[in-house]
Design a protein around this ligand. Structure first.
Ligand SMILES: *Cc1c(COP(=O)(O)O)cnc(C)c1O
Length: 480
């Protein structure tokens, strides 16, 4: 293996590729269909086409639309396809971005800059979002100097409550947010009711359809599932984010942000001629930007077509229903709410779900831990995608085995741990508290723990501010 230093002479291509493949061996094996998240794997021929299309445009630079007009055309095609799926009229426009986070950052920045232009008295802008809105909105708020005002959700359905959102609106509110669906529990917020609130208060409303945009639109068109309205057909929806790199099955680096009108999108675009360098004209966050992701997304959309997506979606939905029914039969577990798509969350009143996640991992299955928040217990997230289809029986069997194992071990009780931590950390400064946690838990900042249950349980039980401090320390030591 090479070390971290630049080799004095280049290595042969075969050796380099062999090294990269060897490194991959330490990652989760998502190709076996046992990882319920992170990756969205289409059939091999589609993946291979995406790879070729990506390579074709890898070196091209989307920075300059006049030098690479073909990338503009590809972006416009992809944006147009997404706008049509989400029932936009000819006024709807949008941008191709690197992912959900960039789409959300841009939608929030656009709302902020429009408010700056049209409501100059608002100097401390706020946005109202349900507890289930994605963390990317909190990141956008932190990056852009906006105060997030979090509205409670319905603890039975995990949907946003339009009345609570309306109560959270104040003179400084510049944007409302809803999800279709929320990532955590996979439920669609009551968008028409929230849009009515937005219209009543003359506020823009962003719909985060990052994970669900494509699948929900196709489900509605297929007519086999009841899909709540969430798109531009709802008056009052002013922008939508929708990822290609999730259930669009494109390689990562592909999303769109769509706007009701160009008048609104204008506030997204940045231009400066203040520098001695070239005039900068950036519709999105990135400046120099590979044409690879858009070429690959364009290729996958055209390779699958509506029929191709619909076939995958049917199989994924069948698999999801089988899994949800199976989980419902395992007594200590329950599925949170009534998921609208192919994502759901597993909670338990009898066992520590973080220990369950470790037991599953020991059996070769990965589910994503999610921490509690007001209105939602700690849980394990399942995103079912095409690469997972066919694993239902094996997964449910592993899940039953893992549940039995956790129930027969004297596990870590979250209520006990929460009390212990509160007692130990009482009166300590944040810095001292974190030091104490590292000592007590035998947690080494930077090292990936063997069993995640301990660290996840600690994160679950800490005040959020300390939990976030712990996570920041972890990343700060993990990365060189
Ligand atoms: C994945 C996701 C995001 C963030 O998207 P990235 O592509 O990971 O940046 C935002 N919102 C929802 C609902 C998501 O599922």
């Amino acid at each position: 293996m090479t070390t971290g230093a630049l080799p004095s002479n280049g290595l042969p291509a075969a050796e380099i590729l062999a090294q990269l493949r060897a490194r991959q061996a330490g990652d989760v094996d998502f190709r076996a269909g046992r990882v319920y998240g992170y990756t969205y794997l289409p059939e091999a021929d589609v993946e291979s086409l995406a790879r070729d299309a990506f390579a074709l445009y890898m070196t091209e630079n989307a920075l300059d639309p006049t030098s690479f007009p073909s990338i503009v055309a590809l972006e416009n095609d992809v944006v147009g396809i997404m706008a049509e799926l989400l029932r936009g009229d000819e006024q709807v426009c949008g941008s191709f971005t690197s992912g959900g986070t960039e789409s959300i950052l841009l939608a929030v920045k656009t709302a902020r800059d429009r408010a700056r232009a049209e409501r100059p008295l608002v100097t401390a802008p706020e946005m109202v979002l349900p507890r289930t809105a994605h963390g990317a909105f909190h990141k956008a708020a932190a990056y852009l100097g906006i105060r997030p005002v979090v509205a409670p959700i319905d603890p039975a359905t995990f949907r946003a409550l339009p009345g609570e959102m309306e109560l959270a609106i104040g003179p400084n509110t510049i944007l409302l947010v809803a999800s279709a669906p929320s990532y955590a529990q996979g439920v669609v917020d009551p968008v028409p009711e929230i849009a009515a609130v937005a219209q009543r208060h003359r506020l823009p409303l962003h719909i985060d359809a990052c994970v669900g945009g494509i699948a929900l639109a196709l489900m509605r068109r297929g007519g086999r599932e009841a899909v709540p309205d969430f798109d531009f057909a709802v008056p009052g929806v002013t922008s939508i984010s929708a990822d290609l790199h999730k259930y669009g099955y494109s390689p990562k680096g592909a999303s769109v942000v769509l706007y009701r009108s160009r008048e609104l999108r204008r506030h997204q675009i940045f231009a400066t001629m203040a520098s001695a360098s070239y005039a900068l004209l950036n519709p999105v966050v990135q400046s120099s930007r590979s044409g690879g992701p858009v070429a690959a997304a364009w290729a996958v959309l055209h390779a699958l077509g509506e029929a191709g997506y619909r076939g995958m979606l049917d199989r994924v939905m069948r698999s999801t229903r089988t899994l949800i029914a199976g989980v419902g039969e395992i007594a200590p577990l329950r599925v949170l709410g009534a998921p609208d798509m192919s994502m759901f969350a597993i909670a338990s009143d009898q066992l520590n779900v973080f220990e369950l996640a470790d037991e599953l991992l020991a059996r070769g299955w990965y589910l994503q831990p999610q921490f509690s928040c007001p209105g939602s217990p700690p849980n394990l997230h399942v995103s079912v995608s095409h690469g997972n289809v066919g694993q239902e029986t094996a997964f449910l069997e592993a899940l039953r085995g893992a549940v039995d194992q956790v129930l027969t071990t004297d596990g870590m009780r979250l209520d006990v741990l929460r009390e212990q931590l509160a007692h130990t950390l009482a009166g300590l400064s944040d810095e001292a508290a974190l030091e104490q946690i590292y000592r007590l838990g035998g947690i080494n900042a930077g090292a990936l723990p063997e069993r995640m249950a301990l660290i996840n349980s600690v994160l679950e039980c800490l005040p959020r501010r300390l939990g976030e401090g712990l996570l920041v320390d972890y990343a700060n030591t993990l990365y060189g």
